[in-house]
Design a protein around this ligand. Structure first.
Ligand code: ATP
Length: 206
């Protein structure tokens, strides 16, 4: 089966934690491409600090030259609250001959059972949980139960399957990047230099 990765997030801003994890999952699952899907209006967290166009632009700068990565502005074009189930339904129509793999970090997956219509998400796509070492999923938790009910070692169907993919731990978060910037501390080596230049030029996160 052929698969493409759907890497959703706020990306406020994108950093090496997002990028390295996406590359490792792409390689391990042999994904034809990874589509970075910035949300317009997050439904599980407070509003981002910069505009959706700026978050998208930073993704574009960060993935330049990585041929398997692309930016998908579907949620920006749709506007309103960014429900992943709607995004996947639209992408499923657009890419009807490949399986979709929704990529989520362990922290995001631990709240998956609270996502709008999560059952339908599983009908539309498989899920790759990007397992950050040391950040285990409690098996008795609600999301842990969803994982064990759907867990496989290899995707063999276009949907309803979940894989736990071990990735290199890079303890970088957008929260930490924003906090360094607000405190006028360097952010070098946490995110790509071209994104840092963009942030400085546009005086973001001050
Ligand atoms: P914030 O600190 O603002 O909450 P974040 O750094 O967690 O942001 P998001 O854009 O909210 O980034 O996350 C998008 C996706 O990327 C989520 O699935 C999240 O689990 C994953 N992710 C974020 N940081 C990492 C990291 N360092 N390693 C692996 N996955 C990550």
């Amino acid at each position: 089966m052929r698969f493409i990765g759907i890497n959703g997030g706020t990306f406020d801003p994108i950093h090496f934690g997002h990028l390295r994890a996406a590359l490792e999952v792409q390689q391990k699952l042999n994904l034809e491409q990874v589509r970075f899907v910035p949300c317009y209006q997050p439904v599980h967290r407070q509003s981002p600090m910069v505009s959706s166009e700026q978050r998208a632009k930073m993704i574009e700068l960060a993935i330049q030259g990585q041929s398997k990565f692309c930016l998908d502005t579907i949620e920006l074009e749709r506007g309103g609250p960014s429900y992943m189930v709607e995004t996947l339904a639209a992408l499923k129509e657009q890419f009807n001959d490949v399986g979709l793999v929704l990529m989520m970090g362990t922290d995001a997956f631990s709240r998956f059972h609270t996502w709008h219509n999560w059952q339908q998400i599983l009908k539309l796509a498989n899920i790759a949980v990007m397992h950050r070492p040391g950040d285990g999923l409690a098996l008795y938790s609600e999301s842990g139960q969803i994982l064990s009910a759907h867990q496989v070692a290899k995707f063999t169907q276009p949907s309803e399957q979940i894989m736990d993919v071990l990735i290199t731990q890079l303890d970088v978060s957008s929260t930490a990047v924003r906090s360094h910037l607000q405190n006028d501390m360097p952010v070098d080596y946490l995110l790509p230099p071209q994104v840092i230049d963009y942030i400085k030029t546009h005086q973001l996160y001050q």
